[in-house]
Design a protein. Structure first.
Length: 242
């Protein structure tokens, strides 16, 4: 094939988007889980039924989820751990997930705890979680007329109290954390692998992964901060128009 024809063919070629690949991959994983573990399918049906009932009973929640493009996401299945035995496998999986637009976020080392599961208690309202600083939230205009009565720089708490601004929780998601407390320890019998599971550290994890691990808290804090900055910019625009 002449070079000019080859270049034209490459330009004319249509590629599948990372989102489409990720969606197809997730659907295939779900189908496999349902076939291998029938109780998984029963659980997902139960979750769907509960979600539908809650949304039917709470029109405000349904409205907020729809307005923040989160309505479809609540029923999306988020699959769990992948067991890896070597650094090469870790790097390979990073490349596989990158094809789907997924990147390593968050690193936590629970190996010192000696147990794989920890639990704690949280407030049972979004307002309580926000007030205690236990989550990240995106802020948006609730009542434009009320918001227009405030000056730029007004504290976000004042705007919320006045009913001018509302907040919505930012959904937490993560990817590729190091194995928790050795629960997914490889059974290869390799001393080096054993040492990695028992004494992981972020630098070595990133070296084996072949990429830096993003800090999820910085990411969500930035989303929250930018939503507040957007509100303040809107107030400045209103003031300039007066």
């Amino acid at each position: 094939m002449p070079l000019s024809t080859e270049i034209f063919a490459m330009k004319d070629q249509k590629f599948v988007s990372p989102d489409a690949i990720r969606s197809a991959f997730s659907a295939a994983m779900s189908a496999m889980y349902r076939e291998e573990v029938p109780a998984y399918g029963t659980l997902m049906d139960l979750v769907a039924d509960v979600n539908a009932k809650v949304l039917a009973d709470d029109s405000h929640l349904h409205e907020r989820l729809a307005e923040t493009d989160a309505l479809d996401r609540i029923s999306e299945e988020r699959h769990g751990a992948i067991r890896l035995g070597t650094a090469a496998e870790l790097s390979m999986m990073r490349r596989v997930f990158a094809v789907m637009g997924m990147f390593p976020v968050g690193y936590y080392d629970l190996s010192a705890a000696g147990v794989p599961v920890h639990s704690t208690a949280f407030p049972d309202t979004w307002a309580g979680i926000r007030e205690e600083g236990l989550g990240y939230f995106a802020y948006s205009v609730k009542d434009a007329a009320k918001l227009a009565s405030f000056r730029p720089g007004t504290d976000i708490e004042v705007l919320i109290e006045a009913g001018a601004v509302q907040f919505d929780p930012i959904t937490y998601e993560d990817f590729l954390p190091v194995s928790a407390a050795g629960i997914f320890q490889s059974n290869l019998g390799d001393d080096e692998t054993q040492e990695f599971v028992e004494s992981p550290n972020q630098k070595r994890f990133e070296d084996d992964l072949g990429a830096k691990v993003l800090n999820e808290f910085e990411h969500y804090a930035r989303i929250e901060r930018e939503s507040i900055e957007a509100l303040q910019a809107g107030l400045k625009g209103l003031e300039a128009a007066e």
